[in-house]
Design a protein around this ligand. Structure first.
Ligand code: FMN
Length: 363
């Protein structure tokens, strides 16, 4: 398991020029034979998109969710049994769900993909995008964008390893860097992957070299969708508001969008996208609603999580959720200090009380 959450600095969103959101009805998303529906989904997020986060996102309108990336060797390993059990355990309500694999050796992908299918994952996603130093240095994730032949070998192994009704999908950044050779590699992998039976490709409009600095290139997403024609493309990058999600759909023509940093501590973004798409103003959660959802997240984490890591996980989420609280710094600091689940629950009970007005706008 990479620990990208601790390695990637969560930079503030870049400022985009506001464009009017198209009023035409959104097309339902399908990934292979898996009907997803509303085309705004929960992205894979290492350190975050575990079972509890996915269930909370679904309860607020996410129609599909991806689990955090798993290293193929880790999935196959008998060591780490506890963590493997946690990551491979799926709640009955947690569908459709994508399991994402990352690795270096093409031969390990097939057996790992089969294991994810046995665990109940509906879609197998292959990570060709992770820019974290340990991943790229270990010839995993985004590194594969520099070696199309190996990348396509991985795709073939995974496609052959799992039954034909299980969609195989890719996650790619737009290249290693801004060179034309990198762009050529991107399209070689894209075309080769679709030719090998990949059902959908998610494109993050930043390069591996770029990491999270600078904007995601939506013009590139538009070019990819035009190139792909009727093949399914999902877009990623800079989706921090419901307006941005619908703008990406309208501006680039992608078939779906995957919300990443914008959903950490703000699962209401999925509901807000549905409201906006229906022509209504997006509603911001009042304190009672925030309390309800935080309590739900805690209950799920206690029920499903590993006892040892529950406090650490909930501390992280509490800090992120605090952004929507009018006294966000105080609440953030209170969550940051908790050492037990009981202390976490006490912060919730103390700070999320009646009579506190919510922030009126997205921070
Ligand atoms: C903390 C963190 C963890 C991530 N983990 C994954 C992952 O496990 N798999 C993946 O494909 N992308 C991962 N990503 C990339 C996101 O899915 C997304 O493509 C990227 O953050 C761009 O979207 P955004 O600008 O809207 O956040 C991660 C990003 C962040 C910030």
């Amino acid at each position: 398991m990479t620990n990208a959450a601790t390695q990637i600095e969560l930079l503030p969103p870049p400022i985009r020029t506001r464009r009017p959101v198209a009023q035409s009805p959104l097309r339902d998303l399908k990934i292979g034979n898996v009907p997803v529906g509303f085309p705004v989904v929960q992205a894979a997020l290492s350190g975050y998109s575990d079972g509890p986060m996915r269930l909370v996102a679904r309860s607020l309108g996410a129609s599909y969710a991806l689990a955090e990336v798993m290293i193929d060797r880790f999935v196959l390993s008998l060591k780490n049994r506890e963590r493997t059990r946690y990551h491979l355990h799926l709640d009955d309500e947690d569908h459709p769900v994508g399991g994402q694999l990352m690795g270096s050796d093409p031969l390990q992908f097939g057996p790992a993909a089969r294991k994810l299918v046995e665990a109940g994952f509906d879609v197998i996603d292959i990570n060709f995008g992770c820019p974290v130093k340990s991943a790229v240095g270990g010839c995993r994730g985004g590194y594969h964008l520099s070696q199309p032949a190996v990348a396509l070998e991985i795709v073939s192994h995974v496609r052959e390893a799992v039954a034909s009704h299980i969609p195989v999908t890719l996650k790619m950044r737009r290249g290693m860097d801004d060179s034309s050779a990198s762009r050529d590699n991107f399209f070689e992998i894209l075309e080769g992957a679709f030719a090998r039976g990949v059902a959908a490709i998610t494109v993050h409009g930043r390069t591996v070299e770029q990491k999270y600095i600078g904007p995601s290139n939506w013009d590139f997403l538009r070019a990819v969708k035009q190139h792909a024609g009727t093949k399914t493309i999902l877009g990623s990058g800079d989706l921090f508001t419901p307006q941005a999600c619908l703008e990406m759909l309208a501006d680039t023509g992608v078939d779906g969008v995957t919300v990443a940093r914008g959903a950490i501590g703000n699962p209401w973004i999925f509901q807000q996208c549905r409201e906006l798409a229906a022509g209504q103003p997006p509603s911001f959660p009042d304190i009672a609603e925030q309390r309800r959802v935080l309590a739900m997240h805690l209950d799920l984490c206690v029920a499903m999580g590993e006892a040892k890591s529950t406090v650490a996980t909930m501390r992280t989420f509490g800090i992120k959720f605090a952004r929507l609280h009018p006294r966000h710094e105080d609440v953030r600091n209170a969550f940051a200090r908790v050492k037990t689940v009981e202390e976490w629950a006490a912060v919730l009970a103390g700070w999320y009380t009646h009579g506190i007005e919510p922030r009126q706008e997205q921070p």
